[in-house]
Write a protein that binds this ligand. Structure first.
Ligand code: ZN
Length: 354
């Protein structure tokens, strides 16, 4: 074992420690990635602030993080798809490939999923916030020269937006409402735009994220906390939107969204909010479809490809990056919606030396 790594381990709420761990040599089919950038996700924030979310609780120390990109440092036997020096985005999703859902082509529903930085199972699945990561070569998708590492690290949350769009069906020429403009919401806007949406309207209760929503392609943004007339405006003639991407998990956002949907419209629920009540009669009378969207699968490679080809500029999503030693500051900023969209941790040696 010649590899050592520094990693960010959560022990309890607000108890995040920079810890040294040993890393095994890459086995057959495996690689070691020198992690460059890692984006802080809402789930990382929940572990940091509350020690979990819903019924999921930290029961043992866990390395956080699942949105990472870096450079291949070493490869194991039989690896030909990538070589040392290649820059890659790492897919944090590891379905078993053998259960009924995997065989059915629904790997995001895998019965034995091991998703980085998740306390959903015991022992917990350790995450990717570390300077050296041992992973499978198949998790690595090459990043084009010149693409900043922090944009490559957005491939994972962008995949979530792309998967949500795929749940809605074709968006070509459609009017799309996106509620909740956190990182997933604004990346869902980006996904809707590359999928040909004719018009995107975005809502939030905070002004600052709406600036990013416009930069990502929303034609109009509405602060629903202050602009209360919007529902009346868009609900005329049974509604205005063909598709809603609900990214807030908020009951009011969903109920208002159902009001402004056109008959036969589709609501895709991405936000996690728990138990909410909905106007059942309206769903029936307008023949609305409501479907969930969870994680992603093949969309990860598509996300990297769209980033590589510059098909969409995701840079407005980036707030700033902090070196590992300032991880607690990074988490504090990431939790402040007035000041932050996507905050990253820079794992490169250069950042630690600066
Ligand atoms: Zn499976």
């Amino acid at each position: 074992m010649k590899w050592r790594c520094m990693c960010l381990v959560i022990h309890a709420p607000e108890d995040l420690r920079l810890t040294e761990q040993a890393v095994s040599d890459p086995g057959p089919g495996q690689v070691i990635v020198k992690v460059g950038m890692g984006g802080i996700c809402g789930s990382d924030l929940h572990y940091f602030n509350h020690g979990g979310f819903g019924t999921v609780r930290l029961q043992e120390p866990m390395v956080l993080g699942h949105e990472v990109a870096g450079t291949v440092a070493a490869v194991g036997e039989g690896v030909t798809a990538v070589k040392p020096g290649d820059r890659v985005a790492v897919n944090p999703s590891r379905p078993c490939g053998a259960c009924g859902y995997c065989l059915e082509g629904l790997p995001n529903q895998c019965l034995d999923m091991r998703f980085y930085g998740s306390a959903m199972r015991m022992p917990h699945v350790q995450g990717a916030f570390r300077d050296h990561l041992l992973c499978e070569a198949v998790q690595c998708v090459p990043v084009a020269p010149g693409v900043p590492m922090q944009l490559a690290a957005l491939a994972e949350p962008f995949s979530v937006g792309l998967h949500a769009v795929s749940r809605a069906g074709s968006l070509l020429g459609k009017r799309v409402l996106v509620s909740g403009c956190g990182p997933i919401g604004v990346l869902a806007i980006a996904a809707a735009r590359v999928h040909g949406a004719a018009e995107i309207v975005a809502t939030d209760v905070v002004d600052q994220p709406l600036v990013v929503a416009r930069a990502m392609g929303a034609k109009r943004t509405i602060n629903v906390a202050t602009e209360t007339q919007w529902v009346a405006e868009y609900s005329a003639n049974k509604g205005s939107f063909d598709v809603m991407l609900e990214c807030s998990g908020n009951q009011r956002a969903l109920r208002d969204g159902l009001e402004v949907m056109r008959p036969r419209g589709t609501v895709v629920q991405l936000g996690l909010g728990g138990d909410v009540s909905i106007p059942q009669n309206m769903v029936v009378a307008k023949e609305l479809s409501i479907c969930g969207s969870f994680r992603f699968h093949h969309e990860f490679a598509l996300a990297v490809r769209l980033i590589n080809e510059g098909r969409i500029d995701l840079s407005p999503v980036i707030t700033r990056a902090f070196p590992m030693a300032q991880a607690s500051e990074a988490f504090a900023l990431a939790g402040d919606r007035q000041r932050a969209m996507k905050v990253l941790i820079d794992f490169s040696a250069e950042a630690q030396a600066a």
